[in-house]
Design a protein around this ligand. Structure first.
Ligand SMILES: Cc1cc2nc3c(=O)[nH]c(=O)nc-3n(C[C@H](O)[C@H](O)[C@H](O)COP(=O)(O)OP(=O)(O)OC[C@H]3O[C@@H](n4cnc5c(N)ncnc54)[C@H](O)[C@@H]3O)c2cc1C
Length: 459
């Protein structure tokens, strides 16, 4: 056992961890991060040109990384009824795609209380500014330009009572045209790496002794216990939930919030042109009704997306040259639903934490909402009367959150400063502490909250 007692230790190397570290280091000289870094490698500057490396491993039929994540974390999922993703690479899920952010925050942040809510929104704006991300939010303006046909639709629906049609916020750094980079873990690490000590270990279990937190870690056959006064847990919702359920000895089944997803393909009548050349959702279509939360978006296809589709759906291969020629007219859309439609649970069964789903209605509900998006697209003469839906499975939205919510009263809750109610030396800074009912692309707010907690600790 190492005798050193740390003041503060961060676990995880995803964006929620690195955004915390970056903010913390504005006032402090160094920080220690525990992360297994199975493939630890500081990449050279990554131009965001859709390098296939940025695709989730299962899209490339590379399952070994996913298997490692579940095996080492003692997690299991019922493959018959859900499809979950996790990554132990440096950067975690934050490496993959993750381009779009949703401005909506009003209702979803209420349980943090007014003061914290305001601070989270301020931190969100700070992230947009510091990283020069694309889009407009409050006083922040870094416009995403699209062609007039679509701008006119935006104007037409400005005061609609049924739908919100808006341009997205996109996590692409755009200082100038040549220098387009995705907000990814490498980008932050490059800035702070001299002040970070990485401990290449894997966290198995948390325990406490008096006012210290003990982190039981492994690396191959080596075991080590790290002792710390403050623990910042940023291992992503699934692992954080498992570690805390184990720590608090919670036996009941815990619902995991997420945004069920259906992918649709449409054939457009008019190209959507923008100033980024990216495959992000450029136009977001959402319901304005209070008790209805769903969204669809418009994202034009490109070479990379089509090549991926040919790999997955071999039947399309003979059409390759035709589809490539018309690629700008092929639109993909993510249809997402709010957290009320969540359908994932975690429970310890026979010493293993298992994730499963129950509700058989999810796909039916997704299709019902997709039909509303389709009707809108037809009404506005955006598409031809054709669509093809692809259901990636329950949990294949990769937005996991809401297991240890802020402002709750249950054992499995954190206070407004994201300290675990049962042990205020443990801070949780990933998605676990949120419930995104309205916001359907939430990681901007997860990062904003992580930044807020770093500021709070620095005070
Ligand atoms: C393909 C894809 C597209 C997405 N698109 C969007 C989008 O457009 N908009 C949006 O809002 N969100 C999107 N998301 C979700 C978003 O990427 C995640 O919400 C975000 O990356 C979560 O970041 P995180 O730092 O909290 O967790 P992660 O990125 O999951 O990081 C967790 C970290 O913990 C480490 N770790 C795990 N277990 C252990 C352990 N036992 N011990 C030590 N370390 C451990 C991992 O190595 C990793 O470094 C997408 C996700 C995917 C996969």
């Amino acid at each position: 056992m190492s005798e050193k007692v740390f003041d503060i230790l961060v676990v995880g190397s995803g964006l929620s961890s690195l955004v915390f570290a970056e903010e913390y280091l504005k006032k402090k000289n160094n920080i220690d991060i525990i992360s297994p870094n199975f493939k630890y490698k500081i990449k050279t500057e990554m131009d965001y040109n859709f390098d296939p490396k940025t695709l989730p491993p299962q899209f490339k039929k590379n399952f070994s990384k996913i298997v490692d994540y579940f095996h080492f974390n003692n997690l299991n999922f019922d493959k018959k009824n859900c499809n979950i993703l996790g990554s132990l690479e440096f950067g975690g899920l934050s490496n993959y795609w993750g381009l779009q952010m949703d401005k909506e925050a009003n209702e979803d942040l209420n349980y943090f209380g007014n003061k914290a809510k305001k601070e989270i929104i301020n931190c969100f704006t700070e992230i947009l500014k510091e990283k020069s991300l694309i889009g407009n939010f409050g006083t922040y303006k870094n416009s995403l330009k699209i062609n007039n046909f679509y701008e006119n639709i935006l104007k037409k629906y400005k005061d609609s009572k049924k739908l919100i049609i808006e341009k997205s916020l996109i996590a692409i750094n755009k200082n100038n045209k040549k220098n387009i980079k995705k907000l990814n873990p490498d980008l932050i690490l490059k800035k702070i790496k001299k002040k970070v000590t990485f401990h290449n270990f894997f966290l198995k279990k948390i325990s406490k002794k008096k006012n210290l937190i003990f982190l039981h870690c492994i690396r191959g056959n080596e075991k080590r216990i790290f002792k710390t006064r403050k623990l910042i847990l940023a291992t992503g919702t699934l692992v954080t939930t498992k570690l805390i359920m184990d720590f608090l000895n919670i036996k009941r089944e815990v619902p995991i919030k997420h945004h069920p997803r259906l992918i649709s393909m449409y054939i457009a009548k008019k190209k959507i042109l923008d100033n980024t050349k990216l495959t992000a959702g450029l136009l977001q279509i959402k319901s304005r009704k209070k008790n209805e939360t769903f969204s669809g978006d418009l994202r034009p296809s490109n070479k990379m997306i089509l090549n991926m589709a040919f790999k997955i759906y071999k039947i399309l291969f003979p059409l390759k040259s035709i589809l490539m020629f018309f690629k700008d007219y092929i639109f993909f859309s993510n249809n997402l639903m709010g957290s009320n439609f969540s359908n994932l649970y975690i429970k310890k069964i026979n010493k293993k934490f298992t994730i499963f789903s129950k509700n058989k209605e999810t796909l039916k509900k997704l299709k019902r909402n997709q039909k509303k998006i389709y009707n809108f697209l037809r009404k506005e003469k955006i598409i031809f009367p054709f669509f093809k839906n692809f259901f990636p499975g329950i949990g294949a939205d990769y937005h996991y959150y809401g297991t240890i919510q802020a402002g709750g009263k249950k054992k499995l809750s954190v206070n407004k400063n994201c300290q675990l109610l049962k042990n205020n030396s443990i801070y949780i800074v990933d998605g676990s502490v949120f419930n995104f009912k309205k916001n359907l692309y939430p990681y901007g707010y997860v990062l904003a909250n992580s930044k807020r907690i770093a500021k709070l600790i620095n005070r």
